[in-house]
Ligand binder design. Sequence first.
Ligand code: NAD
Length: 371
Amino acid sequence: LFIIIFAMNLKRTLLLEVKSQGYSVVIGNDSLSHLNEFLNGKTYSKYFIIVDENTIEHCLPAIVTNIDCLAEAEVIQTESGEENKTIEIVTQVWYAMSEAHADRKALVVNLGGGVISDMGGFIASTYKRGIDFVNIATTLLSQVDASVGGKLGIDLGGLKNQIGVFNFPQMVVIYPPFLQTLEFRQLKSGFSEVLKHALIQDEKYWEEVKKINVSPDYDWENIIGKSVQIKNKVVLEDPKEKGIRKILNFGHTIGHAIETWHLENDPDFFLHGEAIAMGMIAEGFLSKEKLRLSDKALSEIVTVFKSVYDLKPLPEENFESYCGLMIHDKKNSGGKISCSLLSKIGDCKWDVFADKKDILNALTSYNKTFT
Ligand code: NAD
């Protein structure tokens, strides 16, 4: 892991560059000029920017004015939302690129949150057997989490991330001012991955992040930098998720099942980070059961998550369906559910197996925190 910090000029403008798997993640107010210089040194045949209705409005103007070669780019607009992370949308974008004569030397710029970066990265990685792409992450969630690790893909029939590849962008750009226009609920959703990074790896970082009063005005740059470095360290150690990378799934075994069920069946479904927050509380109880996470740590986790998120009890009649989704998850086999759980704050173990009864108990304990 290499970290280079450039002091770019006299204003408060540091650029943090984190080296990941063959590419850099650049973070800071100068990240757009850094991308400009990088692209000025390349020769692409054509440029495509994938956006949604929010990023075309709030982020595209800064991109086309600050990055010379993107002023003339073809802009492909998709509809926002997890329900659009599908093969149908991918096909439409492939057609749009093909009709615009994109060849193998074209560049795709994904301008958006995790939905656009997962899907746009997949589109670029498969178009003509793979063309270059750059991710400009515009939500807190995509900045702190989806920016690193090379997981790209789409959902299948309501099941999350079932189709995809591991592949890497030329560069990931994180320009913190984009967070100013993000809905507050989306900002908090992204913050759940920050809390997760602290819980699984760094007790000192937890002490810092648990006190943050989430708001668009908070100075996020430092937090984004720390979270990216934590995730990057883990993925560099275990790129294909054979071992330690599984700790990034803390909260996701139960959280993904909740997210998937509600995405399919509930018009007011939970955002990714909200479902993961519930998952982390429930898996906190499972951690106490399986790894003796202390009562003090567990109660602090519950208090912090409840203070940030407007959480509610989950309908008990759904518990069986959540368990069904977990049992069919690609990470599990033989009815045993593989979890990543906390032994203490800052330490996470992986391949801890739970059965259906354990999961039902964890969900019941989550609900009991509301009584
Ligand atoms: P998202 O991409 O759906 O974006 C959330 C909303 O914010 C959208 O409506 C979007 O249009 C809007 N938006 C984006 N930037 C904006 C801005 N600057 N101002 C105003 N509005 C803006 O959601 P997300 O939370 O960023 O990402 C969730 C996705 O990321 C999920 O599909 C999840 O599976 C995926 N993910 C991937 C990884 C990975 O490693 N690849 C990791 C975590 C999550």
